[in-house]
Every structure is written in C-alpha cells, then in structure tokens.
Ligand binder design. Structure first.
Ligand code: CA
Length: 230
C-alpha cells in the first residue's frame, strides 16, 4: 500500500482541482479520476491509503465503487455528496464509507477529515504498542501507567501534557510544528489556539527538565517548532 497516496474520484473539475491542491499541500500524493469505471480500473492496480469519492459519477457511481472496494478490502472512503437527501440515504444504507461531506464543503475541512479517518483506521505499529516504558537518562516515561519520573521522582502531568511528551518522545529528533502537534494531540479541535502548544511545552519543561530555561529534551527549533532530544 502507498501510505501517502489519496485517490479522488470526482467529475466536477473545479472540485477535483481544489481538493487535490489542498491534499497535496497537506503532504499527500493525489490521483484525480473523473469517471467511476476508470477509478475501478485504477484501483485494481493501485493501493491508495484513502479514497475521496463523489457519489454521482459517470461510468459507475459512488455506491458501486464502494461496493466493489468493500468486497476486496477496508481502504478508508470519504464520500462527497451534493445533497442532504443523499446523506440520509447513506446513513440508511450504511454503505461502508468511513465519513461523509456534503457539498459545498471547505477543502480544509476535507483535509481534517482525511487525517482523522487515517488516524482512526491506521493500526498502531506492534513494536510501539508493546513498548511499556521509555527511558532517556534520568527521564522515564511509563506508557501503560501514564506516569513520568524524573530522577526517580514522579511528576504529575495533565493528560494533554503526557500525550504531548509521549508523541514527541516516540519520534525522537523529529521536528513538529505547533499546528502538527495541535492536530495530533488535540485532534479535531480546530478552534484551539496554537499558543496552547507553547503553554504546554513550557509547563512540561518545568516538570521534566532540570533547568527549564536550558531544556535538554524538549527543544525549540526556532521558526519551525519543537523536537525531542533523547
Ligand atoms: Ca458528481
């Protein structure tokens, strides 16, 4: 499977273009196909990570494509529908799509939904889920008990502080922007201010760094974001 490839099946060129633009900007590779039969053919040779599917299409409609896809695998599907009534039909038929959007929709909203569906459906790597504790010098993260110890002393973290620390520690040295951290830790809450991340990082430093002003683990990458130095 190509983890980064999204298929967009959409026969309205303007919608296909804008959706593809936003998905590319979000880091996905995008294939746009404007005909249902062609999409089915393409799907026989390619394994995208997710499919954005318009309901009313020439060739084969969204129902038919979903039916044929579901007969083969669980590739996530986000359906686009033009009318409210179609939404009701979807709900009734439970066709096997993972999410729906009614047109007109904001392309940014679609990107959020794509990420949310992928978060929900992608399995956690076994190696990661089996790890119970992580140690970085004097800092110990007990994943199962959700406890953090510094120099043997337990530090009390809020749920979000813990999630944030764990996410960074699981991706050592990888730089995350505040927006990426918001997206991954706070999820769907688009209305949360990116400054929230800054505040949480500061509080975390006060708890897990011997000298919060000169952090060893939670480092700022100026103009970009934050990274965890093991
Ligand atoms: Ca259409």
């Amino acid at each position: 499977m190509n983890e980064n490839l999204v298929l967009v099946v959409e026969d309205e060129p303007s919608v296909g273009e804008i959706v593809s633009l936003y998905l590319r900007r979000a880091g996905f590779q995008v294939e746009v196909i404007d005909d249902g039969q062609k999409a089915l053919q393409w799907l026989k040779q390619n394994e995208p990570t997710l499919v954005v599917l318009d309901l009313m299409l020439p060739g084969a409609d969204g129902w038919e494509i979903t039916r044929q896809m579901r007969a083969r695998n669980d590739t996530p599907i986000i359906m686009l529908t033009a009318r409210r009534e179609e939404m009701d039909r979807i709900a009734g038929l439970e066709m096997g799509a993972d999410d729906y959007l009614t047109k007109p929709f904001s392309p940014q909203e679609l990107v959020s939904r794509v990420r949310a569906v992928l978060r929900r459906t992608r399995p956690v790597a076994p190696a990661e889920s089996e790890t119970k504790t992580m140690s970085f010098g004097k800092l110990v993260i007990d994943i199962q008990a959700r406890r953090v110890l510094l120099d043997g002393e337990e530090k009390t973290l809020t749920a979000k502080e813990f999630d944030l620390l764990l996410h960074l520690a699981r991706h050592p040295r990888q730089v995350f922007s505040r927006d990426q951290l918001l997206e991954r830790i706070w999820g769907e809450s688009d209305y949360i201010d990116p400054g929230t991340v800054t505040v949480h990082i500061r509080r975390l430093r006060e708890k897990i760094e011997n000298d919060p002003a000169a952090p060893v683990h939670l480092q700022t990458v100026w103009g970009v974001g934050y990274r965890f130095e093991p």
